[in-house]
Design a protein around this ligand. Sequence first.
Ligand SMILES: CC(C)(COP(=O)(O)OP(=O)(O)OC[C@H]1O[C@@H](n2cnc3c(N)ncnc32)[C@H](O)[C@@H]1OP(=O)(O)O)[C@@H](O)C(=O)NCCC(=O)NCCS
Length: 160
Amino acid sequence: MIEIKRVSADCVYEIRKKILRPNAESLNAVHFDGDFAEGTCHFCAYIDGNVASCVSVMPVKNDGSKAFQMRGLATYPEYRKQGLAKALVKAAEYYSFYECGCDLLWLNARVDVSEFYVRLGYTACGEPFMIPDVCMHIKMCKDKPEYEKERRCCCDNANG
Ligand SMILES: CC(C)(COP(=O)(O)OP(=O)(O)OC[C@H]1O[C@@H](n2cnc3c(N)ncnc32)[C@H](O)[C@@H]1OP(=O)(O)O)[C@@H](O)C(=O)NCCC(=O)NCCS
Protein backbone atom coordinates (compact mmCIF):
# COMPACT_ATOMS: atom_id res chain seq x y z
CA MET A 1 0.00 0.00 0.00
CA ILE A 2 1.30 3.48 -0.91
CA GLU A 3 0.65 6.38 1.47
CA ILE A 4 1.72 10.03 1.20
CA LYS A 5 1.94 11.67 4.62
CA ARG A 6 2.98 14.98 6.11
CA VAL A 7 5.64 14.16 8.65
CA SER A 8 8.00 15.77 11.13
CA ALA A 9 11.54 16.69 10.10
CA ASP A 10 13.12 13.77 11.93
CA CYS A 11 11.30 11.33 9.59
CA VAL A 12 13.23 12.59 6.53
CA TYR A 13 16.77 12.74 7.91
CA GLU A 14 17.70 9.09 7.41
CA ILE A 15 16.59 8.88 3.77
CA ARG A 16 18.06 12.33 3.05
CA LYS A 17 21.42 11.19 4.37
CA LYS A 18 21.44 7.78 2.68
CA ILE A 19 20.44 9.12 -0.74
CA LEU A 20 21.56 12.74 -0.89
CA ARG A 21 24.68 12.81 1.33
CA PRO A 22 25.89 9.18 1.54
CA ASN A 23 29.41 10.31 2.46
CA ALA A 24 28.34 12.61 5.28
CA GLU A 25 29.56 11.59 8.70
CA SER A 26 26.38 12.35 10.61
CA LEU A 27 22.73 13.19 10.21
CA ASN A 28 23.58 16.81 11.05
CA ALA A 29 24.82 17.23 7.48
CA VAL A 30 21.25 16.85 6.22
CA HIS A 31 19.62 19.28 8.64
CA PHE A 32 18.58 22.23 6.47
CA ASP A 33 18.09 25.80 7.60
CA GLY A 34 14.34 26.18 7.68
CA ASP A 35 13.52 22.58 8.59
CA PHE A 36 11.65 23.86 11.65
CA ALA A 37 10.59 27.25 10.30
CA GLU A 38 6.95 28.28 10.46
CA GLY A 39 5.32 27.13 7.22
CA THR A 40 7.83 24.37 6.49
CA CYS A 41 6.26 21.05 5.57
CA HIS A 42 7.90 17.64 5.15
CA PHE A 43 6.36 14.78 3.20
CA CYS A 44 7.13 11.08 3.00
CA ALA A 45 5.81 8.39 0.70
CA TYR A 46 5.48 5.04 2.46
CA ILE A 47 5.22 1.65 0.84
CA ASP A 48 3.78 -0.98 3.16
CA GLY A 49 4.74 1.23 6.08
CA ASN A 50 8.35 1.78 5.01
CA VAL A 51 9.74 5.20 4.09
CA ALA A 52 10.33 5.12 0.34
CA SER A 53 10.64 8.76 -0.71
CA CYS A 54 10.71 12.24 0.84
CA VAL A 55 10.63 15.95 0.09
CA SER A 56 10.39 19.20 2.04
CA VAL A 57 9.13 22.69 1.24
CA MET A 58 9.93 25.82 3.20
CA PRO A 59 9.19 29.52 2.90
CA VAL A 60 12.22 31.48 1.68
CA LYS A 61 12.66 35.13 0.77
CA ASN A 62 12.97 35.58 -3.01
CA ASP A 63 13.00 39.02 -4.63
CA GLY A 64 9.94 40.21 -2.75
CA SER A 65 7.56 37.46 -3.92
CA LYS A 66 6.06 34.92 -1.52
CA ALA A 67 8.31 32.03 -2.40
CA PHE A 68 8.80 28.49 -1.14
CA GLN A 69 11.85 26.35 -1.74
CA MET A 70 11.57 22.63 -2.37
CA ARG A 71 14.45 20.63 -0.93
CA GLY A 72 15.65 17.12 -0.25
CA LEU A 73 13.72 15.11 -2.83
CA ALA A 74 14.89 11.51 -2.67
CA THR A 75 13.58 8.01 -3.38
CA TYR A 76 15.34 4.83 -2.28
CA PRO A 77 16.61 2.94 -5.39
CA GLU A 78 14.34 -0.05 -4.82
CA TYR A 79 11.25 2.17 -4.93
CA ARG A 80 12.14 4.29 -7.98
CA LYS A 81 10.15 4.63 -11.21
CA GLN A 82 6.84 4.11 -9.45
CA GLY A 83 5.77 7.75 -9.47
CA LEU A 84 6.56 8.42 -5.80
CA ALA A 85 8.75 11.50 -6.32
CA LYS A 86 6.23 12.90 -8.77
CA ALA A 87 3.42 12.37 -6.25
CA LEU A 88 5.46 14.09 -3.52
CA VAL A 89 6.23 17.07 -5.76
CA LYS A 90 2.49 17.37 -6.50
CA ALA A 91 1.69 17.23 -2.77
CA ALA A 92 4.35 19.86 -2.06
CA GLU A 93 2.96 22.09 -4.82
CA TYR A 94 -0.59 21.81 -3.53
CA TYR A 95 0.60 22.73 -0.05
CA SER A 96 2.77 25.65 -1.21
CA PHE A 97 0.56 27.23 -3.88
CA TYR A 98 -2.93 26.27 -2.80
CA GLU A 99 -2.79 26.09 1.00
CA CYS A 100 -0.07 28.67 1.66
CA GLY A 101 -0.76 30.95 -1.32
CA CYS A 102 2.83 31.22 -2.47
CA ASP A 103 3.65 32.92 -5.79
CA LEU A 104 6.73 30.94 -6.67
CA LEU A 105 8.15 27.50 -5.91
CA TRP A 106 11.83 27.00 -6.66
CA LEU A 107 14.57 24.48 -6.07
CA ASN A 108 18.21 23.82 -6.80
CA ALA A 109 18.08 20.75 -9.02
CA ARG A 110 20.97 18.40 -9.60
CA VAL A 111 21.79 19.04 -13.24
CA ASP A 112 21.47 15.34 -14.08
CA VAL A 113 17.93 15.32 -12.63
CA SER A 114 16.76 18.61 -14.18
CA GLU A 115 14.80 16.78 -16.89
CA PHE A 116 12.65 15.22 -14.16
CA TYR A 117 11.59 18.71 -13.09
CA VAL A 118 11.17 19.97 -16.68
CA ARG A 119 8.65 17.17 -17.20
CA LEU A 120 6.79 18.45 -14.14
CA GLY A 121 6.57 22.00 -15.53
CA TYR A 122 9.67 23.60 -13.96
CA THR A 123 11.86 26.02 -15.88
CA ALA A 124 15.58 26.60 -15.41
CA CYS A 125 16.16 30.12 -14.15
CA GLY A 126 19.90 30.73 -13.94
CA GLU A 127 23.26 29.25 -14.76
CA PRO A 128 24.48 25.90 -13.41
CA PHE A 129 26.59 26.15 -10.26
CA MET A 130 28.52 23.77 -8.06
CA ILE A 131 27.41 22.83 -4.55
CA PRO A 132 30.73 21.85 -2.97
CA ASP A 133 31.11 18.12 -2.19
CA VAL A 134 27.84 17.37 -3.99
CA CYS A 135 27.53 18.15 -7.74
CA MET A 136 26.43 20.72 -10.31
CA HIS A 137 23.01 22.22 -9.67
CA ILE A 138 20.69 24.62 -11.43
CA LYS A 139 17.90 26.76 -10.02
CA MET A 140 14.48 25.80 -11.37
CA CYS A 141 11.15 27.52 -10.80
CA LYS A 142 7.41 27.19 -11.21
CA ASP A 143 5.17 30.20 -10.70
CA LYS A 144 1.56 30.31 -9.57
CA PRO A 145 0.06 31.00 -13.04
CA GLU A 146 1.83 27.90 -14.39
CA TYR A 147 0.59 25.83 -11.42
CA GLU A 148 -2.98 27.08 -11.93
CA LYS A 149 -2.81 26.39 -15.66
CA GLU A 150 -1.76 22.78 -14.94
CA ARG A 151 -4.58 22.37 -12.43
CA ARG A 152 -7.12 23.69 -14.94
CA CYS A 153 -5.82 21.27 -17.59
CA CYS A 154 -6.04 18.46 -15.04
CA CYS A 155 -9.68 19.34 -14.19
CA ASP A 156 -10.60 19.68 -17.88
CA ASN A 157 -9.12 16.24 -18.61
CA ALA A 158 -10.92 14.72 -15.62
CA ASN A 159 -14.21 16.22 -16.81
CA GLY A 160 -13.72 14.81 -20.29
C1 LIG B 1 15.21 11.80 -8.89
C2 LIG B 1 14.44 10.85 -8.00
C3 LIG B 1 13.96 11.59 -6.74
C4 LIG B 1 13.22 10.34 -8.80
O1 LIG B 1 12.47 9.50 -7.91
P1 LIG B 1 11.35 8.48 -8.45
O2 LIG B 1 10.45 8.19 -7.30
O3 LIG B 1 11.99 7.34 -9.14
O4 LIG B 1 10.62 9.38 -9.56
P2 LIG B 1 9.19 9.06 -10.23
O5 LIG B 1 8.98 7.59 -10.29
O6 LIG B 1 8.15 9.88 -9.54
O7 LIG B 1 9.43 9.64 -11.68
C5 LIG B 1 8.44 10.43 -12.31
C6 LIG B 1 8.83 10.57 -13.77
O8 LIG B 1 10.14 11.15 -13.89
C7 LIG B 1 11.02 10.29 -14.59
N1 LIG B 1 12.33 10.36 -13.96
C8 LIG B 1 12.72 9.81 -12.80
N2 LIG B 1 13.99 10.13 -12.54
C9 LIG B 1 14.41 10.89 -13.58
C10 LIG B 1 15.65 11.51 -13.90
N3 LIG B 1 16.73 11.40 -13.12
N4 LIG B 1 15.72 12.24 -15.03
C11 LIG B 1 14.64 12.34 -15.85
N5 LIG B 1 13.44 11.77 -15.60
C12 LIG B 1 13.34 11.04 -14.48
C13 LIG B 1 10.40 8.91 -14.45
O9 LIG B 1 10.80 8.07 -15.48
C14 LIG B 1 8.93 9.23 -14.49
O10 LIG B 1 8.52 9.43 -15.82
P3 LIG B 1 7.02 9.02 -16.30
O11 LIG B 1 6.05 9.88 -15.51
O12 LIG B 1 7.05 9.32 -17.75
O13 LIG B 1 6.90 7.57 -15.97
C15 LIG B 1 15.29 9.61 -7.61
O14 LIG B 1 15.87 9.06 -8.78
C16 LIG B 1 16.41 9.92 -6.61
O15 LIG B 1 16.19 9.87 -5.40
N6 LIG B 1 17.61 10.23 -7.12
C17 LIG B 1 18.76 10.51 -6.25
C18 LIG B 1 18.57 11.79 -5.44
C19 LIG B 1 18.30 12.98 -6.33
O16 LIG B 1 18.96 13.18 -7.35
N7 LIG B 1 17.31 13.80 -5.88
C20 LIG B 1 16.94 15.00 -6.59
C21 LIG B 1 17.79 16.12 -6.12
S1 LIG B 1 17.47 17.60 -7.07
